[in-house]
Design a protein around this ligand. Structure first.
Ligand SMILES: C[S@@+](CC[C@H](N)C(=O)[O-])C[C@H]1O[C@@H](n2cnc3c(N)ncnc32)[C@H](O)[C@@H]1O
Length: 261
């Protein structure tokens, strides 16, 4: 074989090996780095944003444990409790913690709500549960009635119930932050106890602080609350319950008055 052809073949083999090697290294790097870092959904990222830097943190109903792991990995906090009432989610959280070598910073505990949680925690998240259950969890822990505690509550349903519970029991909602994932809007409430009891109107219970917030997501949350009332009113009309239908329509109008023109 002529010398130039041998050389070409040799370079072709080297190129082929390098390409394969590159692919293997690339795959390894992807696997390595995705293995190293936990990523949060928009909903949980919104909860994470409201955790104070350096706080001793408790995640109640932690399930997979992503929230405390992300917070520690990103240097936002240095220690946390990951609590859950069920064995399976606790084991899953423990697995996430061990996978990321964070056993020194995050401990898992079995706890019904805040029952076994160290009362010296400063920031507490209760996310991904119904509003009624979140209200019950808060109501069963007297020590949470402390203005120093930062509560991050993310109800999947019954947000109005939770807002009323907080208002009637001396908790102030400092801020509400909607989070959008696909077409679904979630809400995260940041609350703390100040001992002042409040009475909420129906509109306040349905849209909370979004009534006075002008950012795009808050306005979208407000619009969605109004649309829901209009839909309920239409159903009530079909069922010939005109009095309640009228009340719902009036409520939708009240909510819509807070929308920016
Ligand atoms: C849907 S997951 C939410 C997980 C995570 N917090 C999130 O937002 O993605 C709800 C978790 O709450 C736990 N849970 C339900 N009731 C609870 C209670 N009373 N106390 C502690 N955890 C509870 C469940 O076992 C489950 O792991």
């Amino acid at each position: 074989m002529p010398g130039c052809l041998v050389r070409t073949k040799k370079y072709a083999i080297i190129y082929f090996i390098n390409t394969r090697k590159r692919k293997v290294w690339y795959r390894f790097a992807v696997l390595f780095f995705t293995d190293m870092a936990v990523t949060l959904t928009k909903r949980l990222a919104t909860v994470a944003e409201l955790v104070r830097g350096g706080a001793y943190f408790a995640d109640v109903g932690t399930d997979h444990g992503y929230l405390p792991v992300w917070l520690v990995q990103n240097g936002r906090i240095s220690r946390a409790i990951a609590a859950d009432i069920n064995e399976k989610p606790l084991a899953s959280a423990q697995k996430t913690i061990e996978k990321h070598h964070l056993e020194q910073q995050i401990v898992t505990i079995c706890s019904d709500g805040l029952e076994n949680v160290d009362p010296s925690v400063e920031d507490i998240a209760v996310a991904g549960m119904g509003g009624e259950l979140i209200a019950q969890i808060i109501g069963r822990a007297e020590w949470i009635k402390n203005p120093q505690k930062n509560l991050l509550l993310q109800p999947m349903t019954q947000a109005a119930h939770l807002r009323r519970y907080l208002a009637e029991n001396g908790f102030a909602v400092l801020r509400e932050q909607p989070a959008q994932e696909g077409r679904r809007l979630y809400i995260v409430l940041q609350a703390c106890w100040d001992g002042k009891k409040r009475v909420l109107s129906d509109a306040e219970a349905l849209a909370g602080r979004c009534l006075e917030q002008t950012d795009e997501l808050s306005q979208r949350y407000l619009k969605s609350a109004a649309d829901k009332q209009r839909k309920i009113a239409a159903g009530l009309k079909t069922a010939e319950n005109f009095t309640e239908a009228k009340r719902r329509e009036a409520l939708a109008e009240e909510l819509e008055r807070f929308l920016l023109k």
